[in-house]
Design a protein around this ligand. Structure first.
Ligand code: FES
Length: 154
């Protein structure tokens, strides 16, 4: 991202109230896909909020991330219902197959992995999301097929 773009983004939030910080961060995350640290500095200046407070919010909420992530962003639910349906085994299989852990992106920038507390389909777990697609009732066999599908995509 260019400096000019960052400056333009942060200017959109000039004069905003501090209580609007989370919606602002959500807006940036939705538009760019992540929160560049340089944007944090610009927002801090424009909204007169300490950068430490903004970093605190970003690290507290799992929905925010500092890195752009992979072309295919995998979210695996580790909530109770999915845990009861073996999501831990699926998580380990993903980590082993793609050599990435929670919060990481692979070397090629193709896959990133995020553990989430719920994907809103608890009665159909375990649930995995890849970008905007969601897969329910995933088992090791279907996981293999799903990952192969994405690995073969360019
Ligand atoms: S606990 Fe997994 S979708 Fe809710």
């Amino acid at each position: 991202m260019k400096k000019q773009d960052i400056s333009n983004i942060s200017k959109l939030y000039n004069g905003k109230n501090r209580s609007e910080l989370i919606p602002i961060l959500q807006d940036i995350q939705n538009h760019i896909g992540f929160i560049p640290k340089s944007v944090v500095a610009a927002i801090a200046d424009n909204m007169n909020i300490p950068t430490t407070k903004i970093h605190g919010v970003i690290t507290f909420y799992k929905q925010f991330r500092y890195n752009p992530g992979g072309t295919f962003h995998i979210r695996i639910c580790r909530g109770t219902a999915c845990h009861m349906n073996n999501s831990k085994i699926l998580l380990e299989a993903i980590q082993n197959r793609l050599s990435i852990k929670d919060g990481e992106t692979d070397k090629e920038g193709k896959f990133s992995l995020e553990i989430v507390p719920c994907l809103g389909a608890c009665n159909k777990g375990p649930v995995i999301g890849i970008n905007n697609e969601f897969y329910t009732g995933v088992n090791q066999k279907t996981l293999d097929e799903i990952l192969s599908l994405y690995q073969n995509m360019k």
